[in-house]
Write a protein that binds this ligand. Sequence first.
Ligand SMILES: [Zn+2]
Length: 338
Amino acid sequence: MKQRAFPELEQLESIAARLGNRAHCEIVETVEHAGCRFPIHCLTLGSSAPNVPVLAYFGGVHGLEKIGSEVILAYLHTLCELLDWDEELNRRLSNSRLVFMPLVNPVGVFRGTRCNGHGVDLMRNSPIESDGNTRLYSGQRFSPKLPWYRGDESKMEKEAQALCRVVHRHLFDAPLAIAVDLHSGFGIHDRLWFPYASRQTPFPDLADAYALKQLFDRCYPHHFYKIEPMSQEYVISGDLWDYLYDDFTDRYRQRKLFLPLTLEMGSWLWLRKSPTHLFQRHGLFHPLLPHRQQRILRRHLTLFDFLFRCLLYPRQWAKLDTPQAEENQRQAMELWYG
Ligand SMILES: [Zn+2]
């Protein structure tokens, strides 16, 4: 399939080769486009036991926002090097698992399109219907030629199904699981979103999301993330994380926590400094200048490290069984739904 360069896929395969038997790498799906076959990889580091906490990273769901894939690949590169000598990291990984799907939509990343090869916006592709919202960007089923096309109602796209399979296999069984799905493009701030995307009602684990935010604010008072339910900004149909979260909640919520987060990197700031990039294909979603790209590749390492710590030491924030949980719920309602 490599008539044309696909640097992100080459980078992923090179990291997987360097990791060797220190990682488990598999092709969880293959999609075809224009006579070429594109693999979707899932790479895992750490314990393969079903009862360890899991932190998972997903990128390239919207192919045009390939900076998300690149941020994950840069993080994977760092982990790959650290594993050689950082005994503490090796110890952490003996009690936990990191899961990576950096190229969920390889055809989209390869072609520089938001949608997959069938014109489907994968983040509008689940059966979840939004709460009475009819804007075009919320998802439409008129035509794949228009943006935000939701695809066939009766069957999810192969890429979306592959993502769901990975979440089911690696995250649903875990006592605690955090997913981070990386996107870019909305606004000038970096946002960390939690459910719901489809409705403006609080999700059942609101108190935990609030406790996580409190902990982050306390430990990193100068961080720059706006942490909020996604529906505060806009409401969409077909969100894969709402779909997975609801599925998890029906089955397991009494016993464990699955927290899906979306990291929406605010790319309009990059444009403000270089407005002419708006007229280039990736301009609105990708930092085009090398120094700006490098800055984005290292910008989120503090967050990733914080989330890893939260995964390993959840007693301060997750599934609290104390009066503090009620207080967190009250404050969260006041902050986001007041
Ligand atoms: Zn996106």
